[in-house]
Ligand binder design. Structure first.
Ligand SMILES: [Zn+2]
Ligand SMILES: [Zn+2]
Length: 330
């Protein structure tokens, strides 16, 4: 019998298609022959092509004049910082504003072919340190309400450039989808006097079945109501509403957890395309009890279709308990 499960934090329903359920092995891709080179002459993010990106916002270096990580404005930004962003209403009905915001690219490494999962923990730490530094800088700008860090890996995840990079977007509005999540978390807090994510960590640890790994202060789970096969969350044990509040000394554990779980998924599923998003409360909500920042990794192993589009309900053809065990024990 299929089962409908609800995510306790988002109240989202998911259909777990137990009858059509596949074995974890069925999601493993064929090993690809293609090996990615460590340098590509015409890649705008490879060293030597620095003039092909807009002027750098910041960079880290190795002390010998070579950069190890660069942050640049997106050449084709979704939103731009130099506009007013005032709301207008045409015919007292159609609301619009100029596309205010900031859209940056974090070029994670000079090497064209190294990425989370194949890099060492020190390199992973450098990348998440940049995440934090840019998050804090952008959240200082009072025009921006939400600072969103994400990463697309592979064509099926929508990436157009192969060179390892993350993106960070600051928006002047809190999008509806996010507002909805914040409202549900607030409702849980109002009803139970406790953060729903802290509670989720407690319950998942008690149950144990969906825990994939634990690394210095972070727990990695495949959630009860996973929307897609191998959906994975990284939750900090320490409660902080916004990503910017992660203490510097906890970045190391975060980098390790991220690097380990992505390495694991890369090796067991053979380089799957995935999207990674850092879920955080909006800027200005620092110190709040109701929300708990975390990371979601969505492997692109299946394609949402009409059912998902029409209903907003995902059909997951894998049981998270089984994929979690497979990920944990592989
Ligand atoms: Zn490159
Ligand atoms: Zn919490």
């Amino acid at each position: 019998m299929p089962e409908i499960r609800q995510n306790p934090a988002t109240k989202e329903w998911v259909i777990i298609a137990t009858e059509r359920a596949k074995r974890p092995e069925d999601f493993v891709a064929e090993e690809e022959e293609y090996t990615i080179p460590d340098y590509l002459e015409d890649c705008p993010f490879c060293p030597g092509n620095e003039d092909k990106t807009p002027p750098e916002i910041m960079s880290y270096g190795d002390g010998n004049g070579n950069w190890t990580l660069r942050v640049v404005p997106n050449k084709f930004p979704a939103l731009v910082p130099h506009v007013l962003g005032e709301r207008e209403e045409d015919f007292d009905f159609f609301r619009r504003m100029d596309g205010l915001g900031q859209h940056e690219v974090i070029i994670e490494t000079p090497k064209h072919n190294e990425s989370f999962g194949t890099i060492d923990d020190a390199k992973a730490l450098e990348i998440v340190t940049a995440y934090r530094e840019r998050y804090l800088a952008l959240s200082e700008d009072k025009r921006f309400k939400l600072v969103k860090i994400f990463r697309n890996q592979g064509k099926a995840a929508g990436t157009s450039l192969e060179h390892p990079h993350s993106q960070i977007v600051a928006t002047p509005v809190v999008p509806l989808h996010i507002r909805h999540r914040l409202e549900e978390a607030t409702r849980y807090y109002d009803n139970h006097g406790k953060c729903v994510f802290c509670r989720m960590i407690e319950m998942e640890r008690k149950e144990g079945e969906r825990i994939v790994m634990e690394e210095d202060g972070f727990v990695v789970i495949q959630p009860f109501a996973a929307r897609v096969p191998f959906e994975t969350w990284i939750l900090p044990l320490d409660h902080h509403a916004t990503f910017g509040e992660i203490p510097e000394q906890e970045l190391k554990g975060f980098a390790r957890a991220l690097n380990r779980i992505l390495g694991r998924l890369m090796s067991i599923l053979h380089q799957p395309a995935y999207n990674l998003v850092v879920r955080t409360a909006p800027s200005g909500e620092e110190g709040e009890e109701y929300y708990h920042w975390h990371v979601q990794i969505i492997p692109r192993l299946t394609t949402p279709a009409g059912f998902e589009l029409g209903t907003g309900v995902y059909i997951n053809t894998a049981l998270p308990e089984i994929t979690a065990a497979f990920t944990r024990e592989s």
